[in-house]
Design a protein around this ligand. Structure first.
Ligand code: CS2
Ligand code: MN
Length: 378
């Protein structure tokens, strides 16, 4: 197993590579070219530049005697253009053009040595929360989902206007103001697309991309829907055990795999994360391990610390299942709470992506892992 940490890049993250270096056990930096829009081609030079930054050391670090380095094996995410998900031409891009750019991007990443490419297949938006800095009982803040608020809203624009106080304050990926400006076009493009049609479009994507993944040894890893149920009447198809199985069956190549995010998966009542790990082990290339706590019958939840007893996700059972299977893929803690001065007005981190709670999460996950593997790996 390779422990990893997500980093948003120089000047784009409140956490530095040097901070991450000091967290015991981190081998891999999970990265992306965050300025790229869905559908855009990633050029070899920009890929190499970012990877060199991640895998190298600065002059100052070298002088100070630092020797620990990272690999840049995992990309999260290369986002999928809406034309691919809807099977139409959207925002001036045809499905074929978007597929072509995706395929070339995989080739460029593979040539540069990247092993896993994560993506999601959620309609229009990435993850959704109703609050980014919700106060927790211990004085920290965390990402929060109020199911009652969402239930009262009929369309995403209302969520933006009424709950998130206007697009200017949005910090969720996929909810950028430029994207929201096209909401009417998205709504129209998704007319008539139910779950079956969506799986068909998904298959077109996989069948187009997987041969290149095989050729360049890049494993494709889908992140479950977050939260794991339909929103605004749009189909979400990576939300349950059955849905995931269907996605894996769309293209049976082992390169068609999962970034199994157990926090996202567990947001759907009845989903069993430990069972999912055991069931899909052979196709899990990357995994996010984190915890959430349900707050009411409607399914509202708060994100909580990684320890199993903090919430409803059995993070010990998850790590035990990985350890017993001799899992050789990548794991990262996912969102953390904001601690120890991270939740002040000045210098707030990207929601969920502060340093401290993710560092604590790593130490917990590694502690659990070691308790099941100690002796085997020495
Ligand atoms: C991530 C997702 O921050 C997060 O919640 O887990 O944004 C994830 O990176 C994407 O859905 C994968 O494409
Ligand atoms: Mn995740």
């Amino acid at each position: 197993m390779h422990m990893s940490f997500r980093w948003y890049g120089e000047g784009n993250d409140t956490v530095s590579l040097n901070d991450i270096r000091q967290i015991p056990g981190v081998e891999t930096i999970v990265w992306s070219l965050h300025h790229k829009q869905a559908g855009e081609l990633w050029e070899p030079e920009e890929i190499e530049r970012e990877m060199a930054l991640i895998t190298g050391l600065s002059e100052a670090e070298r002088k100070a005697g630092v020797t620990k380095t990272f690999n840049a094996d995992v990309v999260e995410s290369v986002n999928v253009h809406e034309s691919i998900k809807t099977g139409t031409t959207l925002l001036g891009m045809s499905r074929d053009e978007a597929l072509d750019n995706y395929i070339k991007t995989i080739e460029n990443l593979g040539r540069a040595g990247v092993k896993v490419v994560t993506y999601n297949f959620m309609p229009v938006f990435d993850w959704l929360r109703t609050e980014m800095f919700h106060p927790c009982p211990d004085g920290s803040t965390a990402l929060y989902y109020d199911a009652n608020v969402v239930a009262q809203l009929t369309d995403p624009q209302a969520l933006v206007d009424e709950t998130l106080n206007g697009a200017g304050d949005l910090t969720m990926p996929g909810w950028e103001p430029e994207r929201l400006a096209h909401l009417p076009e998205f709504i129209e493009a998704y007319q008539g697309i139910g779950h079956d049609e969506y799986y068909e479009n998904y298959k077109v994507f996989l069948d187009a991309v997987i041969p290149t993944c095989e050729k360049y040894d890049v494993k494709l890893a889908v992140h479950p829907d977050d939260p794991a149920f339909d929103l605004f009447g749009w189909p979400r198809v990576v939300s349950s055990k059955e849905g995931i199985q269907r996605v894996l069956d769309l293209n049976p190549s082992p390169y068609n795999g999962l970034c199994l995010c157990l926090g996202s998966f567990s947001s759907r009542r009845g989903n069993d994360p430990v069972d999912a790990v055991k069931t899909f082990m052979d196709r899990i290339h990357f995994s996010h391990v984190r915890n959430i706590k349900f707050l009411d019958a409607a399914g509202s939840f708060s994100e909580v610390g990684h320890r199993a007893s903090e919430g409803d996700v059995d993070t010990v059972g998850i790590m035990k299942a990985y350890a017993e299977a001799g899992y050789e893929g990548y794991i990262r803690p996912d969102h953390g709470r904001h601690l120890w001065g991270e939740n002040t007005e000045e210098g707030r981190p990207r929601p969920g992506y502060g340093l401290y709670d993710r560092a604590l999460g790593i130490q917990y996950l590694l502690g659990v892992w070691d308790s099941f593997t100690y002796g085997d790996e020495r």
